[in-house]
Design a protein around this ligand. Structure first.
Ligand code: C2E
Ligand code: MG
Ligand code: MG
Length: 588
């Protein structure tokens, strides 16, 4: 196709007479235009600067661009915007592919599968270059072919919602395909798990959730090659099988593309929905049996989620050892409550002005028969993951209230509550109520410590639970203040009774100028908001003096005492005043 001729073939509304052109070239151009209009594919051409040169009739009939609008288009992007048959995401994809092609300047590009809009149609997109400055985009309508292909998979092996192959079909395929390539890098599996999908279902309802899943299925299909397999495993889990020995870097590129495509907004019934995706990737190289492909991809997926979601991980054999350890711990943890292996240690909170203990923070420990005393950071995250935290949390509340009721009336107890316990916020309030009632501890001697992540969800159930706790007389403290990324804004979501200044601002580092300024600011903020402040993790007399000089008069930390078993608490209370004579700010 001669460049000079196409230059003259400006976009004309289909059906209208082409504009007059110089004799010979014009004649040939007429023929070409007529020929291109006869091709059963939508075609448009453009130059290196993305100026539109020509579009055939099928752009109207296949892609839904109105002829009068088409006549107004001067660039590729005008045309894509005019194509009503392409949804926003698909049009963006085509635009991106055009930009990538012209930037690479390669004459031919691999076809891209597209399922725009309602997915009743399917296209193969081809971008190619002819001559020095002419590009052509061709949309081949492959709806019928795709339908025939998917007809080939019986209904029983398909997921009814998305129409994709189901888990059973994928398992059969893996068994067929993988059996011969075990130990070689010839097949990759990518497991896809949607992030925040549950929230969509919970807040917008199942019909909207289903619509999201359908679009996810379409986006996945259109982001992959025809030779790849895409299946829905159930819930918000999808799996992809890539054949053809691609290098890990190429698979990583696919993974990045999938995260990008799935992370784009979903517009459903007027709701603009944002979700993300975590991906686990495994190759046939690392397996000795075909079902290990699934297992390995699953381990990699777990790692991707742990790494903060919206990312991907490749399987690594070390993951297996970690999973083993985790499973063993999970089994032990499930037995621990019944076997009474948890215990509470108490760390005093001191009022520097009064030089008295005003409260104790209850800190849970797990006395494991083989591993000894396990600190909470080593088992609480797992307990949260497997839902055991609710039972552990209830035990902590009951035990702490039962212990505290024997202390002097001026001493209260602070209990840490996990964000997971707020998933059923009403049940949490009930268990607090029960713990108070069963122990006889007045509500005003119990303090609940929460972290800001509890408030991030801004759910009304969380706020009403906090208010219900307040109504029982219970005080609410914000723990680890300053470590989150929006701590300040969280302070306005709820009138906290206390702010716990995180240890990171207390531990002496260098000249401590910044830390001092932060402690001063938080203390001042507490005063103006009517919230008490306490500094956590005071280890040395130097830190104590600094905290005090910056206006904070309530502290907790190893300087006074490590968390102690209940048997030692009474002795600590009795001996405290004697061991810690009042320190003036100057003396400190
Ligand atoms: P947290 O609530 O911020 O508790 C303070 C942690 O700092 C405790 O660690 C405490 O032992 C430690 N600490 C206190 N003073 C000092 C000090 O001067 N220097 C240093 N380096 N550390 C100090 P622990 O007991 O290991 O607890 C860690 C975290 O585990 C707690 O942080 C809390 O988030 C969580 N946790 C503890 N008990 C429970 C519980 O019963 N339920 C829940 N959901 N979480 C708990
Ligand atoms: Mg705490
Ligand atoms: Mg803390």
């Amino acid at each position: 196709m001669g460049a000079g001729m196409l230059d003259e073939m400006r976009v004309e509304p289909p059906g209208d007479a082409p504009r007059p052109m110089p004799s010979d070239d014009a004649h040939l151009a007429d023929h070409l235009q007529a020929a291109l209009n006869g091709v059963p594919a939508a075609i448009f051409t453009f130059d290196q600067s993305l100026n539109l040169i020509f579009a055939n009739d099928r752009v109207t009939t296949l892609l839904g661009a109105a002829p009068e609008q088409l006549a107004e288009c001067s660039t590729v992007f005008d045309l894509l915007a005019a194509c009503k048959g392409l949804d926003y995401v698909t049009a963006q994809r085509v635009g991106g592919a055009v930009l990538a092609a012209t930037a690479s300047n390669e004459p031919r590009h691999p076809p891209i599968a597209l399922s725009p809009g309602d997915a009743k149609t399917a296209f193969n997109l081809q971008i190619s270059k002819s001559g020095s400055d002419h590009w052509m985009v061709l949309f081949e309508d492959v709806t019928a072919r795709r339908a025939a292909e998917s007809e080939a998979i019986p209904q029983t092996l398909r997921d009814p919602l998305t129409g994709l192959p189901n888990r059973k079909h994928l398992n059969d395929r893996i068994a067929d395909v993988v059996a011969t390539v075990i130990g070689r890098t010839q097949v990759w599996m990518i497991l896809v798990d949607l992030d925040r999908f549950k929230t969509v279902n919970d807040t917008l309802g199942h019909p909207i959730g289903d619509a999201v899943l359908k679009i996810v299925g379409r986006r996945l299909t259109s982001a992959m090659r025809d030779s790849d397999e895409v299946a829905r495993l159930g819930g918000d889990e999808f799996a992809l099988l890539i054949r053809g020995r691609p290098e890990p870097e190429a698979v990583a590129t696919v993974a990045r593309r999938l995260i990008d495509v799935l992370g784009r907004p979903y517009l459903i019934e007027g709701h603009l929905i944002h979700i993300g995706a975590s991906l686990g990737i495994a190759s046939s190289q690392d397996i000795s049996e075909h079902d290990h492909l699934f297992k390995n991809a699953d381990l990699a997926l777990y790692a991707a989620k742990k790494a903060g979601r919206n990312t991907f991980s490749f399987f690594d054999p070390a993951m297996e050892a970690r999973a083993h350890k985790r499973r063993a711990m999970e089994i032990d943890l499930r037995k621990a409550i019944a076997l009474r292996q948890f215990e509470l240690h108490y760390q005093p909170q001191i009022d520097l002005d009064l030089n008295t203990i005003t409260g104790f923070e209850a800190l849970v420990r797990w006395r494991h028969p083989e591993h000894g005393l396990v600190p909470p950071n080593d088992f609480i995250p797992l307990a949260e993951e497997i839902g055991l935290i609710v039972a552990i949390g209830e035990w902590v509340l009951r035990e702490a209230c039962r212990d505290a009721v024997h202390w002097p009336e001026s001493i209260s107890v602070a209990v840490n509550v996990s964000p997971c316990q707020f998933e059923n916020a009403a049940a949490l309030v009930t268990s607090i109520e029960k713990a108070l009632k069963a122990s006889g501890l007045p509500g005003n001697r119990l303090e609940v410590e929460i972290t800001e992540s509890v408030l991030l969800r801004k759910e009304s159930a969380v706020l009403s639970a906090l208010h219900a706790m307040r109504a029982l007389g219970v005080r609410i403290a914000m723990d680890d203040f300053g470590t989150g990324y929006s701590s300040l804004s969280q302070l306005s979501s709820f009138p906290f009774d206390k702010i716990k200044i995180d240890r990171s601002f207390v531990t002496s580092k260098g000249d401590c100028k910044d830390q001092n300024a932060i402690v001063r600011a938080i203390t001042a903020l507490g005063i103006s908001l009517g919230m008490a402040t306490i500094a956590e993790g005071v280890e040395t007399s130097e830190e104590l003096a600094r905290i005090r000089a910056n206006g904070c008069t309530s502290v907790q930390g190893y300087h006074f005492s490590r968390p102690l078993p209940i048997e030692q608490v009474d002795g600590l209370i009795a001996g405290f005043a004697a061991r810690h004579p009042i320190a003036t700010p100057q003396a400190a």
